[in-house]
Write a protein that binds this ligand. Sequence first.
Ligand code: GLU
Length: 343
Amino acid sequence: MKGRLAPSPTGNLHLGNAFTFLLAWLSAKAQGGALVLRLEDLDPQRSRMAFALGILEDLTWLGLTWDEGPALSPPAADSPFFPEKGDFGPYSQSSRLGRYAAVLDNFARQGLLYPCFCTRRELRFLPGAPHAGDEGAPYSGACRRLSSAERSARISSGASFALRLDTAWARERVRRDNPHIPETALFAWEDALRGPQTFVPENSGDDFALRRSDGVYAYQLAVTVDDAAMGVTEVVRGDDLLSSTPRQVLLLRLLGAPIPRYAHVPLLRNGQGERLAKRHPGFALRALRTSGLSPEKTVGLLARLAGLRQTQVPLPPAALVPGFSFRSLRNRVPVLDECSLRA
Ligand code: GLU
């Protein structure tokens, strides 16, 4: 069994991240498994080495250790890379770009990709496009219908383009390659918290991008290639990523990789019901550390919020391992009020 922590070094770790990471850590430990730490620094514009170091420090302070991944010491002066432990590295996505390129080449050879010239503006104004995050709304397929002559003409005129997966063709490929597996088993999974989930094409982000027009590989691609290559068997993450899972299941199927167990945990909210995020600096672990909160108190607070303990008592993460399960988190909306921080 192998779980993973996959922070993006685009800001400081906050209590919400700590909540999710604690659960991922506990689940791995309770199963006697190993844990990978992978730095998801795909986006060069937003990722910072200082945040990466801060995240490693904060996790260590909290007592959430990892078996594979970057070592805590910073890179040597003449190297941009973290020293690492583990056999499946590198563990920073920025050092794995060749792997993503190779998978895209392979997909392209199978006719699974097409160039998309739509601008962000055009995508935003697509009829019926919900306000989606970076990964984009379900795509209308406008550029799928371009002829190859039109594609070549636009590419040679220097137009920038994203690469999208032709999901209808991808599903067909997966079906063809796995005639012995019923479709429901191919595109369904059991979420440890949300129960059985089926792959609904309309909700799966039809024809999602695997490489952005600025050349940055998409989160969906990188995370799938890495989970498969690193032998991850359990993915515990925030339930804001639930809608990404069908996309990732499809990509894993295309790669012929096993589907991990998924557990999408509820996100921690503040007293106003908003998800804790980087824009709430008061909930950054750094800030709480400086204001005197101890790691044991933090873990005790998170344990109560997760329903793992009825009362808030300081404890190390290891004290929560015996008998750990996701049961107390089902249908739970964990809310962090100001009083919890003082207690
Ligand atoms: N790196 C992603 C994030 O920080 C998490 C990806 C995942 O767990 O699949 O939001």
